[in-house]
Design a protein around this ligand. Sequence first.
Ligand SMILES: [Fe+2]
Length: 408
Amino acid sequence: MHRRQFIAAVGAVGTFSAVVPVDSPLAAASNAAAVAAGASLIKGTPVVFAPVADGFTVTVALNAPALVRVEYGETAALGAVARSDSCGFVPHDDVAVKIRLRGLRPGERYHWRVVAGPLSAGARKGAVERTATYVTRTLAPTAGETRFGVWNDTHDRAETIQRLHEGRGEGDDFLLWNGDVSNDVNRREILPGLYVCPKGVDLAEGAPVFFVRGNHDVRGIWANKMTDFVDFPEGRPFYAFRSGPLGVVVLDTGEDKPDAHPSFKGVAAFEDLIREQAVWLGRAIASPELRDAPCRVVFCHIPLRWHKEARPDYARGGYDWVSLRGREAWGGVLRQWGAQVVVSGHTHRAAWLPPSGEWPFGQLVGGGPRLDVATRIRGHATGRELRLVMERVVDGTVLHALSFPSVC
Ligand SMILES: [Fe+2]
């Protein structure tokens, strides 16, 4: 399609999603201070979440009230612009804006940048700020192969995140961040630095991010505000997608103790969420994307298998090393689908549990947040096999190199 035709087509169907209102006295105070100090409108660098075949979401954090748009196109000339949300507003906020580009083509590279202008009376002609121009590729469900990376349990450790970022694969189709990005979230103002612009890295450089919530991402009284910044393909923290021959299921294991545990201060309702995911999963595996996938992987933060599976004593400081709640709800459906491997984190101990007679899927578990025990996983799926290689971040030592022959 000619570029002008393409831009017209995108303009007809391209919209962007919700503006993010974050109404916090603390955030307002820090924004006012930022404006007084002459800080830029845009805070740090943007990030891309939830790529699908026809779109992805750009999130940008802000220091002050701003009107925001995304300029994009198939070449560096850009040419298309997304500047209205689903309710007719120009996206604007004082803390962060999430913009979903829609109507894109599968497996296509898109150049894009964020443009922000001041939002204040009489300031329509104020200085406009632009991010760098990035390139993001949409997912390609019919491609012959796919490559990806997996991080887990970074826990706001800047050095570990920076080393992981340095090692991102050039040709990866996605990065899957497998939970516990945060420690507990009891202050809203820490959210941008956790999920959008961590210190010393530009997450928008490299493949788009699929996010999987860990128990520390759902812990704290303001953990529920994480979705003001992070996006998921279907708006929920559990989802499925296809990238080339790889069928992917993402599940949310919630907390590592029962909802009624007093440390949660009454805000946890993850047992309902686990039950809801069982119903959703039963439908999802019947979709052609999953039903016909040659390679089949599950990502969830808390493992579904572990070496010792005794029920912990929650009243004495015990917590789950394995999500028996999740496995009881989902294990039968995962067996029915033919899941080959579940990839998790949580224990901070790298591990591989091969398939067993009882559980036909293997369990791969990444390492912990400290640089000396941190791991990365590199994945490559073709029509013949899924390969997963786990290596130490600090020196590249390969801990596990696994191959799963395609199932169809
Ligand atoms: Fe963790």
